[in-house]
Design a protein around this ligand. Sequence first.
Ligand SMILES: *[C@@H]1O[C@H](CO)[C@@H](O)[C@H](O)[C@H]1NC(C)=O
Ligand SMILES: *[C@@H]1O[C@H](CO)[C@@H](O)[C@H](O)[C@H]1NC(C)=O
Ligand SMILES: *[C@@H]1O[C@H](CO)[C@@H](O)[C@H](O)[C@H]1NC(C)=O
Ligand SMILES: *[C@@H]1O[C@H](CO)[C@@H](O)[C@H](O)[C@H]1NC(C)=O
Length: 347
Amino acid sequence: MDIIWELFIILHANFIICISAQPNVPKIHEGWWAYKEVVQGSFVPVPSFWGLVNSAWNLCSVGKRQSPVNIETSHMIFDPFLTPIRLNTGGRKNICRREGGNADGPCQVGGTMYNTGRHVSLRMDKEHLVNISGGPMTYSHRLEEIRLHFGSEDGQGSEHLLNGQAFSGEVQLIHYNHELYTNYTEAAKSPNGLVIVSIFMKIAETSNAFLNRMLNRDTITRITYKNDAYLLTGLNIEEIYPETSSFITYDGSMTIPPCFETATWILMNKPVYITRMQMHSLRLLSQNQPSQIFLSMSDNVRPVQPLNNRCIRTNINFSMQGKDCPNNRAQKLQYRANISGQLLHKM
Ligand SMILES: *[C@@H]1O[C@H](CO)[C@@H](O)[C@H](O)[C@H]1NC(C)=O
Ligand SMILES: *[C@@H]1O[C@H](CO)[C@@H](O)[C@H](O)[C@H]1NC(C)=O
Ligand SMILES: *[C@@H]1O[C@H](CO)[C@@H](O)[C@H](O)[C@H]1NC(C)=O
Ligand SMILES: *[C@@H]1O[C@H](CO)[C@@H](O)[C@H](O)[C@H]1NC(C)=O
């Protein structure tokens, strides 16, 4: 008995020594994941490994309602019960519009822009709350963070695809259900926890006014390295939205570990624009700290996941788009209640 116990102690001690003597032994913690292989250094799990390295993240591998997805527009279903999305900034819209981006009007918001090593992330301050409702939402959801994904080349960099095509980037406005949960962390792991509004980014001559505030040279160069932060104030959140009330919605997940399947996605039906120069500045952001080698943050995207049996709904009424639209058949997929019985039947 004593011998076995001694042996155990020796083995145990050995184990501890091994770990402390090897700096490259992977440490499982919530930040231990990456989008791409690192050129040098130790192994860091890329998307196909996220669900395998940490049991708390197994949804990343086995989940059946994962995001992002490829949206095949021919498979969308027109849902006449989707109401427009309502943005509540606590201010009067006309005042917001008149004062523009400079004045400290009631609809102005602020936040801190971070280089997280993976994304450009604007975390909203808690003084000026923005929440959204309507659309597929049953609850009001509060804006927590705006996150940017982008590519190393034009035509790649968005997480969602539209008919197999990527855009040069994707803006994700991450909201949590503030009616049911006290904070983002609580909501992210709970039913009906998150609503993420996604807006594709395209390159053009002029840029979206909101993104212009984040991506102008003076601002973006302040967050070149990981953990850099910069305070932004006087932002008008309405400006990030493209001029459309059309959207596409489906139920999915967070696109980063732990991949919880608590997110309702709303993809706006029009992109926003940034300039070639601004895209270039994004690609010059490093995933690393200044003391480490430069590694561009671009291509910070998770590959698309299987749609499985999920339904993609839209408030776009296809039948108004003329006979050519192949989506007319989507109308046939709608269900109608069987008045004489309790069962639903296909039209
Ligand atoms: C949404 O936010 C505004 C403040 O911006 C607040 O007045 C309002 O009560 C919020 N809505 C809900 C449903 O909580
Ligand atoms: C979020 O709320 C939960 C429950 O109310 C609390 O335990 C936790 O500390 C909060 N987390 C943060 C980051 O505020
Ligand atoms: C969809 O469009 C068709 C054709 O214009 C129209 O008859 C129908 O009422 C529309 N449905 C809704 C819910 O707007
Ligand atoms: C409606 O439901 C009843 C009872 O389930 C069934 O007998 C009937 O065939 C259904 N009608 C149609 C049109 O599906």
